[in-house]
Design a protein around this ligand. Structure first.
Ligand code: V47
Length: 364
């Protein structure tokens, strides 16, 4: 394989990867430009193997989207609705309680909960949501509220982000998911999500969470109007932030789904583009422990292949996915843990059931 990587023109990058040296943005540009997906995948696999050995993770989780009512109405999003829309919904605390209670017989150890920026729900609602979940399932880890929502909640509370996070933690918050990052570049944000929290502020919320002992994830929504340089800038900002705080757990590249969005003229991403983003992310984000192949967005079969292109995690059972399915995802809404185990095993990896913080719960 070494000769093959040399032939692809990546001998110098192979040397750097083997030496554990940081890749430059120019290296990233060359990696993004290559048509040789196997050489790229091989390089990313070296890093994956070094960081995670033969392990590939999954989690038994349940997604709950408490409301899709949103004041941001980002152009790439089919989930967020104005409160007057016929498709708008919001769950009261009892409905969330019901959703959690319905699955008490399943070994769920993470509740992943996000929603839109609701114009009217009070701050107390969010604290009540967390408390209600913990009341019913005290041992569950709640990964909830993106940096964008946290910023909104701090505004509602009239408190600093740090104080708000402390209160949310007290009510049961365990960590933050990686959504809302999109592409940090202001040009892209202006054209796709003008009202959303600017990239610098997203990073500031993540850093504050890390300082308050909360681990967080990070995402990048790719496959729309962003340029390669804008993707690399995004990765570089994450890499520099991680150098400072070490608080990020996983990076999840999110493949844009155009259906029912205000950007429906775009085509969806292709398999090669999805693999390329996973592999380049694995190579550039040398200080991120985990790269997720989110099967909901790229399909379980490609997520399985991604385990040989830099990814070490397939996310989880999910149970009920709304955000991507409103944008035309053709994947299932849930995967059984037996299916996840089979996908991982057939990819030649050891299936590891993890908790949110990547503690090993069970090996198969
Ligand atoms: O923030 C919105 C993205 C995110 C579309 O942290 C879209 O482990 C594709 O962040 N096509 C929410 N993507 C999902 C998310 C996530 C998912 C799974 C795991 C984790 C984690 C995080 O979805 C949003 C936005 O960036 N999104 N619309 C769309 N049409």
């Amino acid at each position: 394989m070494d000769a093959f990587v040399h032939e692809a023109g990546f001998g110098d990058i192979l040397d750097k990867v083997r030496a554990g040296e940081r890749l430059s943005l120019d290296d990233g540009r060359r990696l993004y430009a290559t048509a040789n997906i196997l050489a790229l995948g091989w390089l990313a696999d070296i890093v994956r193997q070094r960081k995670n050995g033969n392990r590939a993770y999954f989690i038994y989780n349940q997604h709950i989207n408490y409301s899709n009512i949103c004041t941001n109405l980002c152009k790439f999003c089919a989930f967020g609705k104005d409160k007057t829309s016929a498709q708008a919904y919001e769950m009261d605390v009892d409905e969330v309680r019901r959703k959690v209670s319905e699955r008490l017989d399943e070994p769920i150890n993470e509740i992943h909960m996000v929603g839109g920026l609701h114009p009217d729900l009070p701050y107390s609602y969010y604290l009540d949501l967390l408390r209600a979940i913990k009341e019913i399932r005290p041992e569950v880890h709640i990964q909830a509220f993106t940096c964008v929502e946290i910023h909104h909640l701090a505004g509602l509370a009239g408190k600093s982000v740090g104080e708000t996070l402390e209160e949310l933690k007290e009510a049961g918050l365990g960590s933050l998911p990686g959504g809302g990052a999109e592409v940090f570049n202001p040009r892209v944000r202006k054209l796709t999500c003008e009202r959303k929290l600017p990239g610098e502020d997203w990073i500031e919320v993540a850093k504050t969470a890390h300082r308050h002992g909360l681990r967080t994830n990070a995402t990048m929504l790719y496959g729309h109007i962003e340029t390669i340089d804008e993707r690399l800038e995004h990765l570089d900002i994450l890499r520099r932030t991680q150098d400072e705080t070490g608080g990020f757990l996983a990076f999840i590249p999110l493949a844009f789904h155009p259906k029912n969005t205000q950007m429906a003229e775009h085509s969806g991403t292709t398999g090669i583009e999805d693999l390329r983003n996973i592999a380049v992310a694995r190579l550039m984000l040398d200080n991120f422990p985990h790269i997720k192949a989110y099967w909901v967005m790229i399909g379980p079969k490609l997520a399985q292949i991604a385990l040989s292109f830099g990814a070490d995690d397939m996310d989880g059972t999910v149970k009920e996915e709304v955000i991507t399915h409103m944008a035309g995802a053709e994947t299932e809404q849930a995967l059984g843990h037996k299916t996840l185990i089979r996908l991982i095993r057939e990819a030649g990896r050891e299936p590891i059931e993890r908790d949110t913080l990547y503690n090993v719960l069970r090996t198969y």
